[in-house]
Design a protein around this ligand. Sequence first.
Ligand code: GLU
Length: 466
Amino acid sequence: MADIRVRFAPSPTGFLHIGGARTALFNFLFARSQEGTFVLRIEDTDTVRSTQESVDEILKAMEWLGLNWDEGPYYQSERFNLYKEKVQQLLDEGKAYRCYCTSEELDKKREQAMAEGRKPKYDGTCRERMDHPGNTPFVIRFRAPDNGTTSFNDLIKGTISVNNEELDDVIIQRTDGTPTYNFVVVVDDADMGITHVIRGDDHINNTPRQILLYEALGYQVPCFAHVPMILGSDKTRLSKRHGATSVMAYRDMGYLPEAMVNYLVRLGWSFGDEEIFSLADLIEKFSLSNVGKSAGVFNPEKLLWLNSHYIKRSDPNALVPLVIEQLEKKGLQADNPNLPGLIGLYQERAKTLEEMADSLTWVFKSELEFDEKAAAKFLIESLRPLFEQIITHLETCEPFSHDEIEKRVNSLMEETGLKMGKIAQPIRVALTGGTVSPSVFELLPLIGKDETLRRLKNALSLLEPE
Ligand code: GLU
């Protein structure tokens, strides 16, 4: 087989959504696993709905996921001359014609066909028309064959055949002179030497029409692989109702790209019962033959589970800038040099980086906020002697290390006869404002002696009668 070339061809009319990202991923993996070329093409012929902002968003999302392309981005808006030339070729060869039917006329015919129980299809009024009425607007239609069948062997769905009779004379150029999707996609895929078209199965009905265009233009027809849709938990097409559908929204919520990639690939592809895949694993293992025929169901719980898996495995230093970003969103300046250590303590329990930042806000808030219940239970006069003892013991604790702090707490336990929790909890509350935190022996050295004592003394000043 010739060198494999695939493409991802987003329309820049919005952000990169989950479905688009999965299509991009499958194309990327297929290219990498076959040592082929991954082309990125921006389908921006709809100049009204396409925006540069969307292009930037899509590129950013692909970079975030690590889906590096080898060629492009090509922009269809810069290729209009080629499309014009190809439309002209079809006109010259009699394979396309100008259609002057107005939309009112077409609507009427459609209604009539429906009323008579016929499939609405262009009736060919202008097929043989030879005149060129000067100022009348026209579209250009492709002259589809009246009989025969068009078949292709979809690499995911199997053989698909359609009676040509059912295919309309598709419009290839609109009245404003711009070419349509079905036409430019064929010209571009052929011109760019695309060997495999891997895309969502919402395009499967377009494929026979496109195949006819390939043939009419004298191009070789590529292989097709139509990936099943992604559904929400209620089995309807995935939409905003099911939660965020923009890939970058997940980045903002503190998901890691490794988790997203791992999640996306499993929405339609499987490899035995394995669940955890790095991009490198996937390049080795991916094949289209393991893409399922049925729709994938979006499961946010599983994405969350994968995210916590990847957070646990991450080098805390790599998470630092991401956690800082999350903290900054909360208006906090995360300038603690021990942040990697703190992240190390929290990464076992945080499912997202946003959640991690939430658990760390106490470190950075200029004024600590106390949880009401925790305050009612621990910031009370009767605990004054205990707070004072804790402070005395920690004041002389040198070095302010895990082991030294543990020793002080142990002797405090002996002196007071209290259990560990009874001593650790007031320390937690004084430090973090709440009763849930990683081990105080690990936490305190990261907060430092001065800050620990400052917080304990602050708590002392807040004690209230029960
Ligand atoms: N621009 C089209 C879309 O975003 C691409 C379809 C295709 O891959 O052919 O749906």
